[in-house]
Design a protein around this ligand. Structure first.
Ligand code: AMP
Length: 208
């Protein structure tokens, strides 16, 4: 089973692509953003610790996220990591314990991202977490999740001010990972501006 990282700025469609990929190659989808949102919803000590970072669009401390991911990947023969690593420090910590097979970088320019984030809606049921786009992938019934019928909401950190901060954080902290994985010969870039189904085909081709 492959160990795969999906890289890309917030709003590039990483989560959607990770879900599709995991369903077709049958490996777990490990999304650190979802893990953090669940920890906050469950009001765990980690959730309380990361709340201010999440609310402001900043990254949560490396030490916290690295421990969460180490625990999540322990013993797994394969997985898709979505949202981790996000700093060179995290990537080095991961390299020290795991041998990654492929890093797929979903590339999308900022203007497309701004439009996507303003149209993104997620299911408010944390156990579902389905993601919609009001323009390209709308729910069948307005404000209602197709999968579990719960209410759809915009993500709190998708508001324009916080979304801009998350893009800036990506450029400063996460974009250097492209060169980090290129140097290791693991990087496969994919055009994220294409329709979801086409991107999924390119992602699949990139891991083969
Ligand atoms: P996402 O759903 O991937 O956009 O992540 C939402 C938020 O979770 C981010 O803005 C960070 O505050 C936090 N987060 C998720 N993954 C990481 C990570 N690998 N390192 C630091 N913070 C993270």
């Amino acid at each position: 089973m492959p160990k795969i990282i999906l890289l890309g700025p917030p709003g590039t469609g990483k989560g959607t692509q990770a879900g599709l990929l995991c369903a077709s190659i049958k490996v777990p989808h490990l999304c650190t953003g979802d893990m953090m949102r669940k920890a906050m919803a469950d009001d765990t000590p980690t959730g309380r610790l990361v709340k201010p970072c999440m609310a402001s669009g900043a990254l949560v401390p490396d030490s916290i996220i690295i421990e969460v991911v180490k625990e999540a990947i322990r013993g797994l023969p394969g997985y898709v990591l979505d949202g981790f690593p996000r700093t060179v420090f995290q990537a080095e910590a991961l390299s020290a314990i795991e041998s990654i097979d492929r890093v797929v970088s979903i590339e999308t320019p900022p203007e497309v991202i701004v439009e996507r984030l303003s149209n993104r809606r997620i299911c408010s049921n944390p156990a579902c977490g389905a993601v919609y786009n009001l323009a390209s992938n709308p729910p069948k019934i307005a404000f209602t999740c197709d999968k579990c019928s719960d209410v759809l909401k915009a993500r709190a950190d998708d508001n324009p001010e916080i979304a801009l901060r998350r893009q800036q954080t990506y450029l400063k902290e996460t974009a250097p990972l492209i060169d980090f994985y290129k140097a290791k010969g693991l990087l496969r870039p994919v055009d994220g501006t294409k329709p979801m189904e086409e991107v999924a085909i390119s992602v699949m081709a990139a891991i083969c």
